[in-house]
Write a protein that binds this ligand. Structure first.
Ligand code: FE
Length: 347
């Protein structure tokens, strides 16, 4: 007992020592939920000597926490995994716009917020993920599901599985469709998808893929990295899932596949703003970008970074046509989309 107490107090002392005033630190609130990210963070500390203190929550939880904490918030960097949420944080003034020649040079304008006064940027995308259609190769013909529009077509009645319509990944997809198709067609499309459901929306993206493989659904929608994770898995049950399903990069003959971003910003009340900018600049570096590609099976955003990921290659993801609308309009459309979802009854 005494020994244990002694150990505990030593740990406490060490902890206090590490947190001394001279020490360089950056506080990150992160919605990235990928185990492979440990290497991403430790590499930054190795490069810079800046220690990372991280709070993990989902996008909505992080925004709520920032609102509640106000000026007292210890957050320096905010990492979110959806364009509409990044846009929301910007709208609410939760971020501190950044001017960085490094970030401006690395991140294409399509993948960051619209420039504000004096050309500063509220948030940057650092990786992209495609929203793909997966289908049952036995029951469904690829040409019946190779566009998002067809998910709402009567020919796919009783086949479709979706996670919640108001989940950020779907809200952003619908916001993109709204931009491409306009209000009337988009609302009719949403209603069509409700009519086509094989079951009420539930679960995450991986659950939708598995439900297609098990025969419960015949068509579903998923972010690309969940699929790549299954493809790279050595578990026989995951390999069986991959065997059964077909994969489509939708809308290759029209406006291209919808891509969302994972991105970051400097918190409005950051106590270590210089370290925060350093961290964002690190995320745009070749080292971090390669991590997004090979660790979490995302596509790098920074210019000039090469992709070498067998699973992305295998699913046809090295040379597909992605949409070219600025990702910031997807956020702007999300408010309108939520109202359309309520009218369409897509929960
Ligand atoms: Fe995710």
């Amino acid at each position: 007992m005494t020994k244990r107490l002694l150990t505990l107090s030593l740990v406490t002392l060490l902890g206090t020592g590490l947190a001394s005033a001279q020490e360089q630190v950056v506080n990150i609130y992160s919605a990235r939920h990928y185990p492979s990210d440990a290497a991403l963070y430790s590499q930054f500390t190795q490069n810079t000597g800046i220690r990372i203190q991280r709070v993990d929550a989902d996008d909505a939880g992080i925004l709520a926490r920032l609102r509640a904490e106000g000026a007292a918030s210890p957050a320096d960097v905010i990492l979110l995994v959806d364009a509409a949420r990044l846009w929301r944080g910007e709208e609410e003034g939760l971020f501190q716009p950044v001017k960085s020649a490094t970030l401006d040079a690395a991140i294409p304008a399509q993948f960051r917020s619209q420039p504000g006064a004096n050309g500063a940027t509220a948030w940057f995308g650092f990786s992209t993920r495609a929203r793909l259609i997966v289908y049952d190769k036995i029951k469904v013909k690829k040409e019946d599901v190779d566009t998002y529009e067809e998910l709402g077509d009567t020919k796919n009645k009783g086949r479709l599985c979706l996670r919640s319509g108001s989940h950020p990944y779907n809200l952003s997809l619908f916001g993109a469709v709204l931009e491409h198709l306009g209000e009337q067609k988009t609302e009719a499309w949403l209603k069509g998808m409700v009519d086509n459901m094989a079951r009420p929306p539930k679960g995450g993206d991986t659950d939708q893929i598995r439900a297609v493989a098990s025969g419960e659904c015949a068509v579903a929608v998923t972010n690309s990295y969940y699929l790549a994770r299954l493809m790279r898995s050595s578990k026989p049950e995951d390999q069986a899932v991959v065997e059964r399903i077909g994969v489509v990069f939708p809308n290759q003959a029209s406006w291209g596949t919808h891509v969302n971003i994972a991105g970051g910003a400097v918190a409005r009340h950051a106590k270590h703003p210089a370290n925060a900018v350093k961290f964002l600049e690190y995320l745009a570096s070749a080292q971090a970008q390669e991590h997004f590609a090979n660790g979490n099976n995302e596509w790098p955003v920074a210019r000039g970074v090469q992709l070498d990921n067998p699973a992305l290659k295998a699913m046809g993801g090295t040379n597909f046509k992605s949409e070219t609308i600025p990702i910031s309009v997807v956020g702007k459309n999300s408010v309108k989309v939520q109202q359309m979802l309520d009218r369409a009854g897509l929960r």
